[in-house]
Design a protein around this ligand. Sequence first.
Ligand code: CMC
Length: 418
Amino acid sequence: MEIIKGSNGNYGLDISNLRAQTGLITYDPGYQNTSAYKSAISFVDGQQGILRYRGIPIEELANHSTFVETAYLLIYGHLPTKNELSVFSNYLNEYSLLHEDMIHFFHNIPQQAHPMATLSMMINSLSIFYQDVFDLEGQFTQNESLDITIARLISTIRTIAAFSYKKFKGEPFVYPRPDLRYCANFLNMMFANPVKPYEIDEEYVKLLNVLLILHADHEQNCSTSTVKLVGSSRVNLYASICAGICALWGPLHGGANQKVIEMLHWIHQGKIPVTEILEKAKSKSESFRLMGVGHRVYKTYDPRAAIIRNICMKKLIKNKKLDPLLEIALELEERILHDDYFVERRLYPNVDFYSGLVYRLLGIPTNMFTVMFAIGRMPGWIAQWKEMRDDNSRIGRPRQLYIGAEEAHYIPMEERRI
Ligand code: CMC
C-alpha cells in the first residue's frame, strides 16, 4: 500500500485497494482517522492549535482581511487583486436579491420557526428559481454560471437570514443596498426599519467580519463532509449546501453556539454553582455535556476561541462592564483548564464557547447564532465542493461492517412469535 505525502508533515496510507488485496475493509466509527479527499484549502493542526486558510494563519486573516476577501481566497485559491475583488464584490451586489416570488414563502412560515429550518428550506428553494448548475448528464456546468451561483449563495444567505429575522419581528423587509459592504449591509438589513434608520457602527462591522472569517472553513468537518457527500452524487450546488446547513444545525456541531448561551442563561437564572455544572458534565449517568467545550481535532485551545476570547476581553476592558454570561463563561473556562476530567481528555473551549457572546453584543438573537455560523461557513462549503468537482472525484459511498443475521427467511404473519 502506498504512503501519500501531504504538506506540513502529513502522511496518509492509501487503503483504497485494501479490500481487493486482503478482503478486509477498515472500521473507523465517526471517521476519526479517515480522509476521503486530498485538499489544499484549510489546514488544522489539532495538537498545536494551528488553523490556516490556503496557508495563511487565521490570526493574520482575522486581523487584516475582510470576510469577502477571505471568501475569495478560499474559493479561488489566492488573495484577490484589487480588480478581482472588485469584480467579486460587484457580483455579490448583483446577485444579492431573492427572486420576488420567494418573498411569498416567508409569509407562510410560522413566526416561531427556527431560523435554521427557514434557511435550509430557502437555500434549497433557490434551485427551483435558479437552475444554473443543472445539466441533464449530471455534469457540472460552465464556470461563468458557477461564479454566478457562488455569488448568489454567498450573497442571498445574508438576505435570507435578515428577512427571516424581519419576519420574526413582524417588520417590513429591508433590501440589500449596493452602497454598503457585506457585513454593514447585513447589519442594516437586520436592524434598520422605516421609522428608525440603522446607524452603522464600524466597530461592529469589524467584529462581524472577524467572526465570519473564523467560521469560513474548517477542513472536513461534519457539515462540509455532508456537502461533499451529497454533492458527489452530482446533485446541484444549492441542494448540497442545503444538506450542509442541516448538518451544521446539530448541537454537536454549529448548533453548539446557541446551546452555549442557553446553558449560560440557565446557569445565571438558576444561580447554579459552576461546581455543580462541572459535576453534571463529568457524570456518566447524565447525558449533559458542557456546550462549546471539546473538539474532535483540537486537543489544545481552539485558535478561533482564543481570538474571540481576546475580543470579549478587549470589549470588557473598554466598557468596564461585565456581561454576566461572560463572567460565568470565564469562570467555567478557568475551572475546566484545571480540572482533571477535562485536562485528561484534552477538552478545551472551542469556537462556539465565546462566539455567542459577541453575537449577543451585536444584537443578534440567540436562535440565529447558528445561522451566523452558516453565513460564515458558506465560502468554505463552496470551496470544498468546487475542489471536489475540479478533482472529478468519485461518488461517496462508505462501506459497512455487517453484523446482522446471516440469512433469515420470511415467516407468515400467523406463525410469528415475539
Ligand atoms: N463535556 C463533557 N464531556 C465531554 C465533552 C463535553 N463538552 N466533550 C467530550 N467529552 C468527553 C466524552 O464524554 C468522552 O469521555 P469518555 O472518554 O470518558 O467517554 C471524551 O470526552 C471524548 O468525547 P467524544 O464524544 O468521544 O469526542 P468526539 O471527538 O466524538 O466529539 C465533540 C467532539 C465536539 C462532539 C464533543 O467534544 C462535544 O460534544 N462537545 C460539546 C458540543 C460542542 O461544543 N460542539 C461544537 C464543536 S466546535 C464547532 C464545530 O465543529 O461546529
